[in-house]
Design a protein around this ligand. Sequence first.
Ligand SMILES: [Ca+2]
Ligand SMILES: [Ca+2]
Length: 216
Amino acid sequence: MKYPAFILLLLTLTSCEQAKPVEIETPVEEEYESGVVYDALVKNVISGDFNGDGKADEIIETLISTVNNKSIDALPQLEYDSLVAIIYKRQPVLSLRSKDKDIPELIVTKNTSFGLFYAKNEGDLDNDGADEISVVIDWADWSQVNSCVVYSLKKNKWIVYAKFDVREWQVSQNSNFNGFILKNKKGIYEVSTFDSEINEVVKPLKEVLVTASNNL
Ligand SMILES: [Ca+2]
Ligand SMILES: [Ca+2]
């Protein structure tokens, strides 16, 4: 069978496009002053099957300045106030990225943060074959008041699956801390959250699920 030339061209272009590897745009690292001691900002790498295709995925935390589009990977050894000032100056975007083209970038926040305070693959909380991921942001602030947000990838889009109040000391002051979301003896998922009136409280996960309308 003979195809007209333009169809052959179209077929060639289409197959070229499919074969093209998907590359994540990697921002350039910040340049750091010589003679100044820097501490690395440790980036979380979270493994799991987040799109439910049966293959393991890796999601990598990124913190990129919107001022110069460079990755913030270290901070100088200065007082905390000065570090907060640097972050305010850099105006970073915190996101989670994967090399898998089926997993879109998850923008965690465009507000001032040092990255993630906490991240965990929570397993498949809603039994749809794909893992959920929980994160707590390391805000550039002076407060222990925070929230844990659970994300789920649905139809190629990240949605907020659950959200609840936490205090950072729940993690930092507990050497045995093994997660905000745990199964109880009956196999029901429960969250360790924080209520301003009754302090730390354990409640069923279903009570902190975010409804679809809140995701619009
Ligand atoms: Ca996968
Ligand atoms: Ca799931």
